[in-house]
Ligand binder design. Structure first.
Ligand SMILES: Nc1ncnc2c1ncn2[C@@H]1O[C@H](COP(=O)(O)OP(=O)(O)OP(=O)(O)O)[C@@H](O)[C@H]1O
Ligand SMILES: N[C@@H](CCO)C(=O)O
Length: 326
């Protein structure tokens, strides 16, 4: 589920009076997603998504997230566009929560992405990186290397409940990543959670990117590594080289990776697998039984970490020679 906060029609109608969207025709909660409460809303001017930001979103970050969607949209990236209120602002209050209205994006996410979908997402990620290059706001990534150990310390005492040896194995990866994480790669706006459920398609064509609520300023190649993890592994946890080649091919056609970025892909991919393993592990151990939220499996990402540990060159992810520069 993702309706943590219920709203009454009266409160919603009052909230909408601050917008020029016309008359409210219908609204309903959206079950998907885990972070915020989302509603699909039809007004006489069109369809919108209403999001009520729940406790994991810091209200101080909202200008970054909403400003970024506006910025990217202005530069031709298909993503939700925040709707301005009559006073020109984009953030309101509803049912005691910060709330925003964004435009509805047509399409659906791919449960079983194909090689073509991987190519499209690679190209769209690169286009987003280029379009974000002149975005003026910055937001540090709380879930990059310096944020992993505090999260790990909270989960570690119970990690072996999930799988024997989990704690020892992760400890070694974390120590390796802390010692080898690059600091000298190109930085910019990254999506940081571009999983299949955050990318919409109409047929084979990508129709838009959603869910910018982990977006931040970090290494661009780290975003590529996140996508390799999220798009190019099969259900049996094997890496699909053809998908890797397509995703990286799609990306580098739009934004070539430097030799240094390419060379660091195994470390970045290992770090990205650790990052999602850690948040999943934390949620696995702390989400109450009987909660309606679907818990994601941390072991999927432990297995990806094992794969990345033995990768020696970016060619093993499918990166073709690009004639890149350092
Ligand atoms: N602009 C949009 N247009 C169409 N549908 C949308 C839009 N924004 C969100 N949705 C729908 O709402 C669902 C949840 O949105 P979103 O992924 O942003 O939620 P979330 O709670 O932040 O979830 P999570 O972080 O777990 O992915 C999406 O799967 C999609 O079905
Ligand atoms: N995409 C994340 C969850 C939401 O951010 C995961 O699969 O662990």
């Amino acid at each position: 589920m993702a309706v943590y906060t219920d709203i009454s029609e009266t409160d919603l109608a009052a909230f909408l009076r601050d917008y020029d969207v016309g008359e409210l025709l219908s609204y309903k909660g959206i079950a998907e997603g885990v972070e915020n409460s989302n509603f699909l809303l039809h007004a006489s001017s069109g369809a919108y998504i209403l999001t009520l930001y729940e406790k994991r979103v810091n209200p101080d970050d909202l200008p970054f997230f909403l400003g970024l969607m506006q910025h990217l949209s202005d530069r031709g990236i298909s993503c939700p566009l925040p709707v301005r209120r009559k006073d020109g602002t984009t953030i309101g209050q509803l049912a005691g929560r910060p709330a925003a209205l964004v435009t509805f994006l047509e399409g659906m996410w791919m449960r079983r992405p194909t090689v073509e979908h991987c190519r499209e997402v690679g190209a769209a990620l690169a286009a987003m990186h280029l379009a974000g290059s002149d975005f003026s706001l910055r937001r540090a990534n709380a879930l990059s290397v310096s944020g992993w150990r505090p999260l790990w310390e909270r989960a570690k005492p119970r990690a072996d409940e999930v799988a024997p040896g989990f704690a020892e194995e992760t400890e070694a990866d974390l120590a390796f990543l802390e010692a080898n994480w690059p600091a000298d790669l190109p930085v910019g706006v990254i999506h940081a959670d571009l999983f299949p459920d955050n990318v919409f398609f109409l047929g084979k064509r990508l129709s838009g990117l959603i869910d910018f609520y982990f977006a931040c300023t970090d290494l661009l190649a780290y975003d590529v590594a996140i996508c390799l993890n999220a798009w190019c592994f099969e259900k049996d946890n094997s890496f699909n080289l053809t998908k890797g080649r397509a995703l990286l091919g799609g990306y580098t056609t739009v934004r070539p990776l430097s030799d240094r970025e390419a060379g660091m892909l195994p470390v970045l991919a290992r770090g990205s697998a650790l990052r999602f393993m850690l948040t999943r592990l934390y949620d696995w151990l702390n989400t109450p039984e009987g909660s309606l939220v679907v818990k994601k499996d941390p072991l999927e990402y432990l297995r990806r970490m094992r794969f990345h540990r033995q990768v020696r060159s970016p060619a093993e992810y499918g990166l073709e020679p690009q004639g890149a520069t350092a």
